[in-house]
Design a protein around this ligand. Structure first.
Ligand code: S3P
Length: 167
């Protein structure tokens, strides 16, 4: 049987952190933002990790953090948008709980992430970066148990739907 965790996956700007926090509050579960955990572990921000040690290094730390979290229970875990790319991570997530993919239109994503210097993969021409990565990751989130289009639903409604998964 899967453990009692809800794992949110999805592209940057799809609302994982906002929704995850609310679902955790609603359930009285811990909320864990993986990017924050990585920053705490590394004692620096994500742009600095990418810049000084590169994306591969970041991905290794991301897997180590996920492996630790997968041992726990009663957590809502917000993953980074690229966490799904490694097979090992997909296995860890599947063993750790229910996986929920959040989606949003490219327009919504661009509007939500505009001006955010904390996402190294989106520096430069924003529209182009988002479109390119969305294309590369077209099916990357499709292994989820459930998918929600976050720009078509109210936050309240999504919180209730996800909270019901824990029952
Ligand atoms: C990334 C998404 C980011 C963060 C890093 C890489 C990605 O997380 O992990 O910048 O590859 O999509 P968010 O999805 O929380 O922005």
């Amino acid at each position: 049987m899967n453990k009692n965790n809800i794992i949110l996956i999805g592209f940057m700007g799809t609302g994982k952190t906002t929704l995850g926090r609310r679902v955790a509050e609603r359930l009285g579960w811990a909320f864990v933002d993986m990017d924050e955990r990585i920053e705490e572990k590394e004692e620096r921000g994500i742009p600095s990790i990418f810049e000084s040690q590169g994306e591969d290094y970041f991905r290794r730390v991301e897997t180590a953090v996920l492996a630790e979290l997968a041992e726990g229970t009663n957590q809502v875990i917000s993953t980074g948008g690229g966490c799904v790319l490694r097979e090992e991570n997909r296995r860890l997530m599947a063993a750790a709980g229910t996986i929920v993919a959040l989606k949003a239109s490219p327009r919504t994503i661009v509007d939500r992430v505009r001006g955010d210097a904390n996402r190294p993969l989106l520096q430069g021409d924003l529209e182009q970066r988002v479109a390119g990565l969305l294309e590369q990751r077209k099916e990357a989130y499709d292994f989820a148990d459930l998918t929600l289009m976050t720009d078509e639903r109210s936050l309240e409604e999504m919180v209730e739907e996800l909270a019901a998964l824990a029952a």
